[in-house]
Design a protein around this ligand. Structure first.
Ligand SMILES: Nc1nc2c(ncn2[C@@H]2O[C@H](COP(=O)(O)OP(=O)(O)OP(=O)(O)O)[C@@H](O)[C@H]2O)c(=O)[nH]1
Length: 572
């Protein structure tokens, strides 16, 4: 896998891990935020709804209490048949009716069970006495139950079958100065209107309900759940708040909250909250106790409606966009700062490995890779220099070896190999140009006996001297060489038969005369041959050798020339 792919895979992997972690963190955080926010909202909503309920009830309750304390009514309750007291009481009732919001009231006397009522239409003017309560009648049981409980104040949602109305009743016990319960007074509020005003306020995602001290539902937008006349129902038959929840844990949770609030009833404004499921949707329930009326107020917030998580999706979109931009920027930086320079470097290394020093232009970012590329370039440069130097030296040495291989080490003249190559070149040139050239083959006379008499060392010195004399005798462009032993071959080019003879003679004379000066006189015998175009080397050498042989056999120290016009030169 290439470095680029690795980097990208690594970056993508890291980003996916970061994205997953961020997504989980986001979900946790958003859930936590929504929960915190929901709890705050639930508390505020509970207080707000409680305040609204109490606000609309407080005045009515106050009036009902005043009515229960009315001397006219209390006195009359002791003598309900006393006309004067009764008229006075009816007047008092009617004055309260004018003040009650519902413009209705009821008064029930304990001793006689008489029930008085009038409504907003003043329908029962002069006939406020409606009927007599019967302890045996289930519809009247509420009255006897409340008296038995002895609670001075009670709210009760109850349909009045006699009157044909369903109301939220405010019931206040009427006591005589001795504290004895003599009756009950109160007013009712039209349940439908009240529900609309307080509970069914059409706030999307917010459900409000009120339950009594025992958890029985008193005010709820769905009337089917309201526990009408709960005061007279035995426990177990009441529509309690847990009916709203399907999950047993939620039922326990709500009931637990109610218990907790009962315990902490001394802390006004305390709100309990927790998550519950209603109709398959998760809600945050806020519960508060309203000591003024002895009820609990429950607010259910559908957080998904109030603050759907989709509200936070733009945040997710920004996050994903940021991740993508980060990936692209990361890719570009890695590409330009690492991958591209390394790929360039790899290409350069490959070139150097294959023997080429022509490097491509290397990217040098301002980092370790840039410095590495710079070092590599310098290293390649010095490698190129030293390789060049080495190659030059090898070439020089090769030339030198080539030259040495063609030089006779003793005399410094060409050796046999050098003479062979030169001879071939001359043959080719002669063939090209159609001209001939001269070849001289000479041998020192009686060299064996010189060696024998004077020693091998002295023989070498004579060989060197003869070489020098030969060099001195030829033209600058002639080529003298040592064929081997005491034999020398000289190629003369350009040349003519006459020149050949002249140079050969001059050689012989020079050696004879110069050697005499050294005290060790030597002579040489010379065979010459003037080569014609088309002669091969064997022919040429054989002819020169034959001429030498003749010179030797004719007495030595002489020149014999082989060729078309053979010239015989005798010793001088
Ligand atoms: N000092 C010395 N002697 C050499 C060298 N190479 C060959 N010789 C000797 O040279 C002698 C050559 O003798 P030849 O050419 O055969 O005979 P020659 O004595 O010269 O007699 P002719 O040629 O017939 O006049 C031999 O004794 C070789 O040992 C050398 O490099 N140095």
């Amino acid at each position: 896998m290439s470095l680029k792919t690795r980097f990208l895979s690594l970056a993508a992997g890291l980003i996916i891990i970061a994205a997953c972690a961020s997504w989980l963190a986001y979900r946790e955080l958003s859930a936590d935020l929504i929960e915190r926010w929901g709890r705050q909202v639930a508390e505020i909503q509970v207080r707000y709804d409680s305040a609204r309920l109490l606000q609309s009830l407080e005045r009515e309750i106050g009036l009902a209490r005043q009515m229960a304390d009315s001397t006219a009514l209390i006195n009359w309750s002791a003598a309900p048949d006393n006309k004067a007291l009764k008229d006075n009481a009816i007047r008092e009732m009617e004055s309260f009716r004018a003040n009650f919001r519902d413009k209705s009231y009821f008064v029930a006397l304990r001793a006689s069970g008489r029930y008085y009522y009038n409504n907003a239409d003043n329908e029962f003017a002069g006939e406020q006495f409606r009927y007599v309560l019967d302890p045996e009648k289930p519809d009247d049981a509420w009255f006897y139950q409340l008296i038995e409980e002895g609670r001075d104040f009670h709210l009760n949602v109850n349909p009045d079958t006699e009157l044909g109305v369903t109301k939220l009743w405010i019931d206040v016990l009427m006591r005589d100065p001795a504290g004895e319960i003599v009756g009950m007074v109160g007013t009712g509020l039209n349940l439908d209107t009240f529900l609309q005003d307080i509970v069914d306020i059409n706030q999307n995602g917010i459900t409000t309900l009120f339950v009594d001290y025992g958890g029985a539902i008193q005010l709820y937008r769905d009337r089917n759940y309201i526990d009408f006349a709960s005061v007279i129902k035995p426990e177990g038959q009441k529509n309690t708040v847990d009916l709203l929840f399907e999950n047993p844990e939620d039922k326990q949770k709500i009931l637990g909250m109610l218990q907790l609030l009962k315990k902490n009833a001394g802390q006004p404004g305390h709100v309990e909250s927790g998550f519950v499921t209603v109709e398959g949707r998760e809600h945050l329930a806020g519960v508060a106790f309203l000591p003024a009326i002895g009820w609990f107020e429950i607010t259910l917030l559908d957080l998904n409606t109030l603050l759907p998580q989709s509200y936070l999706w733009p945040l997710v979109a920004v996050f994903i966009a940021s991740l993508l931009i980060t990936l692209i920027v990361f890719h570009l930086i890695i590409q330009s700062r690492i991958v591209k320079p390394i790929m360039g470097l790899e290409e350069a290394v490959e070139k150097v490995r294959s023997g080429s020093f022509a490097l491509p232009r290397l990217d040098k970012p301002d980092n370790e890779i840039g410095r590495l590329a710079d070092h590599f370039e310098k290293m390649t440069d010095s490698l190129r220099h030293s390789t060049q130097e080495l190659e030059n030296k090898v070439a020089q040495r090769t030339d030198e070896l080539h030259r040495l291989a063609r030089i006779d080490p003793l005399t410094g003249l060409r050796n046999r190999r050098g003479l062979d190559e030169l001879l071939l070149e001359e043959i080719e040139r002669a063939a090209r140009q159609g001209t001939g050239f001269g070849v001289i083959w000479l041998d020192i006379d009686h060299f064996k006996s010189i060696n024998d008499q004077l020693g091998h060392q002295a023989g070498d010195e004579i060989l060197c001297r003869v070489a020098l004399w030969l060099k001195a005798s030829v033209r600058p462009y002639d080529h003298p060489g040592r064929w081997g032993g005491d034999e020398f071959v000289i190629l003369l080019s350009p040349c003519s038969p006459t020149t050949l003879e002249q140079i050969a003679t001059r050689m012989r004379e020079t050696v004879e005369q110069e050697s005499r000066k050294t005290g060790t006189p030597v002579t040489i015998s010379i065979g010459g041959y003037f080569s014609e175009p088309g002669d091969d080397s064997d022919t040429i050498l054989r002819n020169a050798d034959q001429a030498l042989y003749r010179a030797k056999s004719q007495g030595r120290n002489r020149v014999c020339i082989n060729g078309p016009e053979a010239i015989e030169t005798n010793r001088v």
